[in-house]
Design a protein around this ligand. Structure first.
Ligand code: ARG
Length: 272
């Protein structure tokens, strides 16, 4: 009897020891911050329970509705914002948005000032030299906005074209008509304002933002000719293939379960 009691005590102790080891062991994978191991065990427990979840910093230019904009409550909203939020949640990360000039986004991500860019950003070979793109999640079309009445037989000859600086619209149109015929603005709304004021004759910009801008300003129309069709994707530093891969995996799941379509439909309701 005495002997078996001894075994039971031993067994209990063994189980305790194992579970303590297991508990310590399980700390390691969850503690993915770069903190060095503190000396006192108690400190570890406190740090872990209050450790902030890892941030996922997205650079964007939030003047591009319906992809990214600041809503009436002052919050970031739009297709890219919701896709990024959903992916961050899937990765167990907290999304932080940095709003900046469109022109500085590629440099910001390639230099590590932000982790990724979602900005209705078109995949181009030239940009691929500085950043890695995710799989594509939407299509954009460059269109031409003119004043109503100016749409008959439109061509660029003798025209001043307004663009958002650094966009594909800017790049393609500058190639076509020359720098001297292009006026760069820091966002699409400013370019459209210049069109309203007669400082430019047309604006080249992505189709969905174009529709919003035309709806918000009277007397404008979008030409039927589509200038170019493009793919939108998120951009990452070439050093950060791990994050890009995780993003792509999450994106594929969200495409498969209909989440991406639902987000797009929320901001761009398909005409029935
Ligand atoms: N799709 C165009 C480009 O990549 C324009 C994007 C502008 N995006 C923005 N958030 N302002 O160049």
């Amino acid at each position: 009897m005495k002997k078996s009691l001894k075994y039971i005590v031993l067994a209990v102790v063994a189980v305790l020891v194992i579970s303590i080891f297991a508990a310590c062991g399980s700390k390691t994978p969850t503690n993915n911050e770069e903190t060095t191991a503190p000396d006192e065990g108690t400190t570890v427990a406190v740090e872990e329970s209050t450790a902030p979840i890892k941030q996922l910093v997205m650079g964007t230019n939030a003047a591009f509705a319906p992809y990214e904009f600041v809503d009436d409550n002052g919050a970031f909203a739009g297709i890219d914002v919701e896709i990024a939020q959903t992916i961050a949640a899937k990765l167990g990360m907290e999304l932080v948005i940095k709003d900046m000039e469109f022109n500085s986004l590629i440099t910001a991500v390639s230099e590590g000032a932000v982790d990724m860019v979602l900005a209705g950003l078109t995949v181009t070979d030239e940009r691929k030299e500085s950043v890695d793109f995710s799989d594509t999640y939407a299509t954009g079309i460059q269109v031409i906005i003119v004043k109503e009445g100016a749409d008959a037989d439109f061509d660029f000859a003798g025209k001043k074209v307004g663009v958002q600086a650094g966009t594909t619209g800017d790049i393609y149109i500058t190639d076509e008509v020359g720098q001297e015929n292009v006026a760069q603005y820091s966002n699409g709304a400013q370019a459209v304002q210049a069109l309203m004021n007669g400082q430019v004759d047309c604006v080249v910009i992505d189709n969905e933002p174009a529709k919003n801008l035309v709806a918000a300003n009277e007397g404008l129309t979008i030409l039927e000719t589509e200038y170019t069709v493009e793919d939108y994707a998120a951009a990452f530093s070439k050093e950060n293939t791990e994050l890009r891969d995780a993003f792509n995996t999450a994106l594929a799941e969200l495409k498969a379960d209909g989440t991406i379509d639902a987000i797009i439909e929320k901001y761009i309701p398909s005409e029935s």
